[in-house]
Design a protein around this ligand. Structure first.
Ligand code: URA
Length: 233
C-alpha cells in the first residue's frame, strides 16, 4: 500500500505541488470514484488509478543526462563523499534512477541515469560496444606511435589487454580518446601505459548522445527520439 499522492508523483503525473493541485481539481479517480485525498492509501497492484480518464501504470520510464562536475562519486550512496545523485532534481528522487556505468570522482561530463533495468544492462553490457568520446589534458605529447598503439589495442601496465581504440592528438598535451569498453580508470590507464599522465578528463559523447550546451552540474531528461537512437532503433 502507498499514498495516492506519492503514487501520482512516481507515475509522472507531476511534482508534489502539481499533484496537490491535480487532486484538488478532481482529476483523479481510484477504482472509478473521484478521489481528492492525497494521503489515501492505495494498492497499485490491485487498484486502478486514473488521471483525466487515463489509467496510470506506476513508475514512468526515465532516462537522464547529467553534465557531471568533478568532486562527486558515481554511486547511489556513500557514507563520506558527495554522490552524483545529489545533483539530480528532487522530483526524480522517487523514480529509482541508477547511473549507467561510472565516471571517476574527478572526471567531468556526460553521465546517463535510468530506472529502466533492461536499458541499463544493455548499455553497460560488454557486448554492446557503445563508443564513448573523452577529452583529456595530459603530460607529454601524443604522437603517431601512440595513435598506432591505441588502434592496435593497448596492453596496460598490469597486463590487461584493451580493445582497439582511437587517439586523436589535438595539440600539445591535449587529445580526444574514443573507447568502446568501460574498464576501471580505463582512459587514465591507457594514457599512462604510453607515459602520458592524464591531468583532466571529460566525457563528451556516449553513443549518439553528446553534452551539447547542457551546463556543468545540470541534468535533463532525454527526449523519446534520443532514447530510441540510444537503443539503436
Ligand atoms: N576512464 C577513466 O580513466 N576515468 C573515467 O572516469 C572514465 C573513463
Amino acid at each position: 500500500m502507498e499514498r495516492l499522492d506519492k503514487f501520482l508523483c512516481d507515475s509522472g503525473a507531476g511534482t508534489r505541488s502539481q499533484v496537490k493541485a491535480i487532486l484538488k481539481a478532481g482529476r483523479v479517480t481510484v477504482d472509478g470514484a473521484a478521489e481528492k485525498d492525497g494521503s489515501r492509501k492505495i494498492d497499485p497492484q490491485t487498484q486502478i488509478v486514473t488521471l483525466d480518464g487515463e489509467a496510470l501504470g506506476g513508475k514512468r520510464r526515465l532516462v537522464v543526462m547529467l553534465n557531471k562536475p568533478a568532486g562527486f562519486v558515481t554511486a547511489t550512496e556513500d557514507a563520506r563523499q558527495r554522490t552524483v545523485m545529489e545533483l539530480l532534481p528532487k522530483e526524480w528522487v522517487h523514480l529509482d534512477l541508477k547511473p549507467v556505468g561510472r565516471l571517476d570522482k574527478d572526471t567531468e561530463g556526460l553521465l546517463l541515469f535510468t530506472n529502466d533495468g533492461d536499458l541499463l544492462h544493455r548499455l553497460i553490457s560488454p557486448k554492446q560496444e557503445v563508443p564513448k568520446v573523452y577529452y583529456a589534458r595530459h603530460e607529454g605529447q601524443a604522437g603517431d606511435a601512440d595513435v598506432a598503439a591505441f588502434a592496435k589495442g593497448l596492453t596496460l601496465r598490469d597486463g590487461t589487454v584493451c580493445r582497439p581504440a582511437m587517439l586523436e592528438p589535438l595539440g600539445p598535451g591535449e587529445s580526444l580518446i574514443t573507447v568502446c569498453e568501460g574498464k576501471y580508470h580505463q582512459v587514465r590507464r591507457m594514457m599512462a601505459s604510453r607515459d602520458m599522465t592524464v591531468t583532466y578528463l571529460e566525457r563528451r559523447q556516449e553513443g549518439p548522445l553528446s553534452l551539447g550546451d547542457l551546463p556543468r552540474g545540470q541534468a535533463r531528461e532525454l527526449k523519446l527520439e534520443e532514447i530510441l537512437t540510444l537503443e539503436g532503433k
